[in-house]
Design a protein. Structure first.
Length: 157
């Protein structure tokens, strides 16, 4: 198959016109891109985005530092509280279930257990420090139940 030079010439002229139209179209798009809104240049936009990115990075760093401090404070805050009510004088009927033991602990198990013994003629209040869910002082059965309940409450977080 032989292609005549006239056909080849017309094909090249058509291709040249098509490529010229594409170049003009691209030139218009590039001009619009570089023109921007209100005659701002693309470079100004890039500088504005860069400045905003620096601001965002600074904010992120500050938030990370703040969250670390909040986490430290939360570790020391009360996370588990449990109260056990009981009657220390079961046989005599005095006091009823007015006595209690309440444990207050943080997530490490440090805190205090406060207990009271109520009788008709007096009321006594006791406080024992708690370290890692135990105390250097002997804990009553009710106090131990309160500490165990507070421990379960801290584990649920």
């Amino acid at each position: 198959m032989i292609i005549s030079t006239d056909v080849l010439l017309y094909a090249l002229i058509g291709l040249t016109v098509l490529l010229g139209a594409l170049v003009v179209h691209l030139e218009i798009k590039v001009t619009r891109l570089l023109k921007g809104k209100d005659a701002k240049s693309l470079e100004d936009l890039i500088h504005a985005i860069k400045a905003e990115l620096k601001t965002e990075q600074k904010f992120k760093k500050e938030m990370e530092e703040y969250l670390v401090e909040v986490e430290k404070r939360l570790q020391k805050s009360l996370r588990g509280v449990e109260t056990v009510r009981f009657n220390p004088f079961k046989g005599t009927g005095s006091g009823g279930n007015q006595s209690f033991a309440t444990a207050f602990v943080d997530e490490r198990g440090d805190g205090v257990v406060i207990s009271s013994l109520y009788a008709r003629d007096r009321m006594s209040v006791f406080s024992k420090p708690i370290k890692k869910y135990s105390s250097e002082f002997d804990l009553t059965e009710e106090e131990q139940k309160a500490v165990e309940g507070a421990k379960k409450a801290t584990e649920s977080y």
